[in-house]
Design a protein around this ligand. Structure first.
Ligand code: CO
Length: 210
């Protein structure tokens, strides 16, 4: 059997099982999407948002890209963010990185990889800010993992720098933003950073007419 046909077969089996367990499962979901969480994660196939958090369809609104970046000129991310915050009214945004991230590793190297250089530049900029702290670590694996954590922290802060989040903080008092790191070795998520609504930022990033 072709590999993709297996996916379609598995899908039929999954849909059947869902209805057996809960006859209204799909009719409930067709009528409403009201997730409390926006997930911004890495595209890495080993970090599936629903599976590792034990959540069901309808519970998490998901955006994934290489190395879970929040780039302030990325229309894709910004569209997802605006819809999640303004329309879905999510209460929490989770930026979830993972140890051993290939994007972070590549950004720490000096190989030109083509188009992706431009994306990885955003991670190199995070590295530059924390260069001394990272370079003080002996093991290469630990240096990568330190940048994974610092990168998550930076992306959480990048969310708070957007007018979308600041406007919601001012008028609704949420979302709460969380920075998490998933460990591929044991499947455990470690919270590393968080920003509550209305946490003061560097004043240069604060908008006062929202
Ligand atoms: Co990754």
């Amino acid at each position: 059997m072709e590999s993709y046909n297996k996916l379609l077969l598995e899908n039929k089996a999954w849909a059947k099982e869902k209805v057996q367990d809960d006859p209204d499962f799909f009719s409930r979901l067709t009528n409403i999407q009201k997730p409390d969480f926006l997930w911004i994660g890495c595209s890495d196939s080993r970090v599936p948002a629903n599976e590792i958090t034990g959540t069901q369809p309808g519970e998490i609104f998901v955006h994934r890209n290489i190395a879970n970046m929040v780039v302030h000129t990325d229309l894709n991310l910004l569209s997802v963010l605006e819809y999640a915050v303004q329309v879905l009214d999510v209460k929490h945004i989770i930026v979830c990185g993972h140890y051993g991230c290939g994007g972070v590793k590549a950004a720490m190297g000096n190989n030109s990889l083509g188009m992706i250089n431009k994306w990885l530049r955003n991670i190199k900029d995070v590295y530059r800010i924390h260069e001394d702290e990272i370079n003080a670590i002996q093991s290469e694996e630990q240096r990568v993992n330190k940048l994974v954590e610092l990168n998550v922290r930076e992306q959480v802060t990048n969310l708070a720098k957007t007018s979308i989040v600041q406007k919601a903080w001012k008028h609704k008092g949420h979302p709460h933003i969380h920075g998490w790191v998933y460990d591929l070795k044991d499947g455990i998520i470690k919270p590393v950073f968080e920003l509550n609504a209305n946490t003061p930022l560097d004043p240069i990033y604060m908008y006062d007419n929202l």
